[in-house]
Design a protein around this ligand. Sequence first.
Ligand code: NDP
Length: 234
Amino acid sequence: MGRSVLVTGGNRGIGLAIAKAFLAQGDKVAVTHRGSGAPEGMLGVKCDVTSSAEIDAAFAEVEAAHGPVEVLVANAGITDDTLLLRMSEEQFTRVLDANLVGAFRFAQRASKGMLRKKFGRIVFISSVVGLSGGAGQVNYAASKAGMVGMARSITAELGSRNITANVVAPGFITTDMTAELPDAVRDGVLKRIPAGRYGSVEDIAKAVTFLAADDSGYINGAVLPVDGGLGMGH
Ligand code: NDP
């Protein structure tokens, strides 16, 4: 342990739980935020994932404090739901830019140090919706499905250097993101979850630290659903 870990959007929600889990096991944890700062014990770097310049500055700060990033969790993400016929091109590209291109920017930047070190763990936080699709989520589902192809392509390129790239696909997790949904939608989803409950942020953190462990090096290009059975393994 004691590795240099970077979690995007690690200031709240799922990202914060992931960051806390790495901290608890003795890693050096940096999180990106957009002004809120970071909790005690973590290095907060101010960074919008849509800005390459801010990402470069964030990496410089993390590398100076913790050394090259050895574990990257691309977690930052947004939704902007509406039906296909109403969705503007701007709504589509904005979600893709934050969720998918943002994850690409971080993975590309982190991979340089990982290649030098011949060690790396990259985990993309996708979604059950990336594999099943969802009405009103053409932009979001496309961004999350894209992570699967991206992780597997990174695996094909860098797998021989002890660098893994995997995907965690959460189901319905209780955070600010899902709190915005109408009660009828929340209740409807609950009925379809075999586990009979919404997921917790800790459920996701557990899967991420597992995939990022030093001795998880033979799990590569995998998609791990953490959804109480909602996607039935896809
Ligand atoms: P929240 O809405 O609670 O948090 C979103 C996080 O992403 C915040 O830290 C936010 O930063 C950050 N973020 C968003 N856009 C940007 C940006 N442009 N630059 C930098 N940071 C940004 O979401 P969750 O914790 O629920 O979700 C985390 C991830 O998990 C997302 O990728 C989401 O798609 C995915 N997910 C969530 C599910 C759920 O049920 N909650 C289900 C499946 C997947 P800030 O605080 O500055 O806004």
